[in-house]
Ligand binder design. Sequence first.
Ligand SMILES: [Fe+2]
Ligand SMILES: [Fe+2]
Length: 686
Amino acid sequence: MSDEQSQQPAAAYLEILNGALVGTRFPLGAETIIGRDDEDLPMKEGGIDLADTRVSRRHARIYIQRGRYYLEDCHSTNGTFLNTFRLQPGAPCVLREGSNVQVGRVHMRFRPTLNSAETSGDSNAAAPWASEIGLNEEIFDLSLTANPDASASQADISMLFCPVDLPEPEISVVLDAPAVVDALREAITDDEKASESDDLRRLRAMAQVSIGLGGEHDRESLFAKIMDFIFVIFPTAERAFVVLRDKESGEFKPSAASTREPSGEGEVLALSEAIVDEVVSQQRSILSNDAADDHRFDDHQSIRRLGIRSMMCAPLLVDNEVMGLIQIDTHRETHSFCEEDLQILTGIGAQVAIALKNFVLYEDIGHLFESFVTASVHAIEARDPTTAGHSFRVAEYSRHLATVVDQSGQKMLRDINFSRDQMRELRYAALLHDFGKVGVREHVLIKARKLYHSEMDVLEERFRYAYASLERQAYRELIDQHGELSPEEFKLRRGAMDKYLSREAAQLQRFMAMIKHANEPSVLDDEVTDDLRAVADFIFPGNDGEHVQLLTAPELDALTLARGSLTPEERLEIQSHVSHTFAFLSHIPWTASLSAVADIAHAHHEKLDGTGYPQGLVGDEIPVQSRIMAVADIFDALTAGDRPYKCSLGVDQALDILHHEASTGKVDPILVDVFIDSQGYQLFNQ
Ligand SMILES: [Fe+2]
Ligand SMILES: [Fe+2]
């Protein structure tokens, strides 16, 4: 006996499962060749001759090594298959009990022993042969024995095995996944209801629950959908309702209810406190097959009064927290539901709970973000209290205008619509449109007049210095002449000096009045230039006798600003708030539905004719949301309460200015008309 034979655990064999040799068992030696006998190359003794033209003469071999049998393809023409998978030539695979070996058209099953009786005295002999995982031998047998005709057996087994000439396992079914999901979203038709089995209908409905819940973004539509599903999944259910725990009080309150028949709407909900308590505190799902005889309902007249016979109740359970419960019932008959129904309802309850939990998280994130936005707006408006409320009002005017535009049938507006997400996008853009003012120095931001307070203080101090210098010079001249003058002459000179100083003082006062007048932002440069030129030309002697100007060149420039209170540099700094806003908003990882917030806010100072800032966009380059916001922004800036640098205007004046801006190609004339026609300007009763 060879070493290898001594390793042989037991007599193993291959049993032919189809064809002419069906039922034949071929014992396996230390090495067994599977092939086709040929005159030129006769089959070795102990080999398995399959006499099949699709079998190579030396097709495959089975050999034993370290107590295990291996199957190896010997570079055959048509391949060797082990459990439907084609073997790599020369790469042995281990055989297990029940392994299916296919060579040519012939299928064989590997058995480690000849029969159980032969090995009954050696129970350990069969131990190494674990049954093949995933193979249903009975199905093989059925398919093979159903048609004993050898020529037809290939067709029979093709359902289970790959055709020999295909190198890869066959893919039987390919589905378009989105199409399948879409089909599942659709309601089941009456025809489908009639043709489907209960199990299939339930499976389909469960899949719909799963898909449907994922697409809902508010509780009402979620509950409506759940009710629809309930009546499909449980054909005998007549009523269904959802009870949720109130966040504040912790009490369980009905949140949604539905009846199969429309006539049942308005029925009193039969909610048993005992049931609620058991479902919630014990986290149990409950099925009552005959509520009339169920002692748990003894104290609950509503259930008896409604004649409820069968009911099921399941918790909305997620993360060990009961968010509520779902109950379905019927008064038609007892035993309407079974344990399997209760399992399904429990599964639905868990799905609803997850959806609700997601809503809560979604709402929490929403509230968190709203609070952040609100806090940001308050923070920026705190720097300039006179603009308090501006951002909120602009958001509200913009919302109003966008809503009217969305609903407008006007030719030019018909194609402009805003989804719910786009309305939110516009709102955030409007709320945060001026947030970039955090990047503008505060004294510039709130600059009320052409000269800052500190500059006016210096100026007034210089005026006092000028008068004191003039006075000192006059007295010094008088003292210098004192020894040369008689008392009368001195008195006359003194009187003349006093008059001179009074004139100078009066002139300085007049100059100061001019400056204060010119300092107002509403005063235009052509009103003040000549007067201020006289002030700027006024020279007085300094401490060391040098010439000092009463008004410096920068002060003159500031006081002769064409409009407003800002120098060109300061105006640029104020305008930079838009770029700061854009930079700030661009840092926020907006969701896809809010991705345009930064761009909308970025364009709120653009003008249709390209004269706006900071990008100088023209016409349609400016998003319509930004054009809407521009109308709102201008109107509120004009009509809001007095600001240090300007008085508020009446509504009529503000609308006139808006009209003027529209007629000169700055703002969208259609939007201005819509704003006026829809009386958007009355939103805050200004
Ligand atoms: Fe702005
Ligand atoms: Fe603004």
